[in-house]
Design a protein around this ligand. Structure first.
Ligand code: EPZ
Length: 421
């Protein structure tokens, strides 16, 4: 398993080009299942999760061609409707094939994703919504078997679905299912994340009829079929946020290119609050760290509130900043595993239920730490960038799931990171 060895203490200086968004690319790649025509995508990030996703789509019979960050997918010969445990267990977003397979082919058998490091992450809202649209769903031996064979012309029925909880994946699964359903579907209490808007805009480009993207009420009018389309994936706002925190923590100066600052307001607000200077341009943002780093109060919540995927990164910032503060995680029940590793580096963190109280003590000491999940790994990299001495981060396959060549990008900014196979 690969490790990263990071020599701390180098302020970052330079510019970084932000890759396409993992959490937009995954549902959009899967949306190819809804169409018999080609779906041509640009700006797809080069990540382990993307490789897993295209492997699953190929196993279902989708023809996938790749040229760097451009993909062309054609699902006119899909003949297998099973998403096996072997693939789903490594990438939970595989559950998103359920809605499209049901909508297009009337059947699907998808392994329940099971829990993951950061929480139980059930898919009950996905299933309830599909049942409301007429699907017959049986859960047996860890698999979800779904069918519309009993429905007139095997079509899902559009209907009003009130989602008990704001769920990104649930909104995506049901929005894709509704695209080919008979009649109109209204998703109430829908997620408003930019990645939902990106998926919706791609579906509209393919010929879907969708209103309300970015609001908590999305209306989808079913169509008979979709057409060939090309689409460019939005920027990864979590990768961008990670580099902005790195600039703040190292007292460096980093220009993040190819982003839309309007979709990062809650994160930008916190970067300002910790004392950094922020220059916002149309498609880029310049963050100049300040020697006096202030800790910030974080409460994660659905968009446009502060994103849970940036919580771990700000915990790394808080533990080297001035003053005590609170980080409250309201989305996942076990998303503080980076805390124990940061404590090994000398951080002072006290966890009470879903709140971590951080006490900045100004410095961390390099040592051996272990990545436990994707964003926890990012927080350990950030901590190592400012720690005294060397830090070795083990199990960085977690990091590779969601960041494209992170060490190369940081080294180009002046960091000192080596990957050891
Ligand atoms: C997406 O996960 C992202 N993943 C996550 O990013 C992100 O943290 C999360 O949204 C929240 O923003 C992808 O887009 C691939 P949810 P998802 O459904 O869709 C509960 C990363 O680091 N829930 O919005 O799985 C659930 O347990 C990853 O890139 C139900 O109870 O998240 C959680 O507490 C990590 N029943 C809350 O809702 C359901 O049926 C939000 O989960 C569905 C969800």
């Amino acid at each position: 398993m690969d490790k990263l060895v990071i020599d701390g203490g180098y302020p970052l200086d330079g510019e970084v080009s932000i890759s396409g968004a993992k959490n937009a690319a995954l549902p959009i790649l899967i949306a190819s299942l809804l169409s018999d025509q080609a779906l041509n995508l640009q700006n797809v990030p080069n990540l382990q999760d993307i490789k897993t996703c295209t492997k699953l789509l190929s196993a279902l019979g989708v023809n996938v061609n790749r040229d760097q960050s451009s993909y062309s997918l054609k699902a006119n010969h899909v003949s297998n409707f099973d998403a096996p445990y072997e693939l789903v267990k490594t990438m939970r977003a595989s559950i998103l094939v359920l809605g499209p397979l049901l909508a297009k082919h009337g059947e699907a058998k998808v392994s329940l994703p099971g829990g993951c490091a950061i929480g139980s992450r059930p898919v009950d809202i996905h299933i309830k919504g599909l049942e409301l649209m007429g699907a017959k769903i049986i859960i047996d031996k860890g698999y979800i078997s779904a069918s519309t064979a009993h429905l007139p012309n095997r079509k899902l029925k559009g209907c009003r679905v009130f989602m008990d909880q704001v769920t990104v994946g649930g909104t995506e699964n049901l929005m894709m299912a509704a695209v080919l359903a008979e009649g109109t579907t209204i998703l109430e209490n829908a997620a408003k994340e930019p990645e939902i808007i990106d998926l919706g805009n791609c579906l509209i480009r393919m010929g879907a009829i969708i209103d309300g993207l970015g609001s908590d009420k999305i209306k989808i009018k079913g169509v008979l079929s979709l057409k060939e389309a090309s689409y460019k994936i939005m920027f990864d706002r979590i990768e961008a946020g990670t580099f902005m925190v790195a600039a703040a923590m190292t007292g460096g100066k980093v220009l993040c290119n190819n982003i839309n600052p309007k979709q990062m307001e809650s994160v930008i607000q916190k970067i300002k609050e910790c004392g950094s200077k922020v220059d916002i341009h149309e498609n880029s943002i310049l963050v100049c760290g300040n020697k006096k780093l202030e800790s910030v109060k974080i409460i994660t919540a659905p968009y446009p509130a502060f994103p849970t995927d940036m919580q771990a990164q700000f915990m790394a910032l808080n533990v080297v900043a001035k003053g005590a503060n609170e980080i409250t995680e309201t989305i996942f029940e076990n998303r503080f595993m980076h805390a124990q590793e940061l404590i090994r580096m000398g951080a002072v963190i006290d966890i009470k239920h879903n709140t971590a109280i951080t006490k900045g003590n100004g410095y961390l000491t390099g040592t051996n730490v272990m990545a436990t999940d994707l964003r926890a790994s990012a927080s350990l990299v950030l901590a190592a960038l400012v720690a005294k001495g060397k830090t070795t981060i083990e199990r960085i396959y977690h990091l590779d799931r969601g960041y494209e060549k992170l060490e190369d990008k940081f080294n180009a900014l002046g960091a000192n990171i080596k990957r050891i196979n």
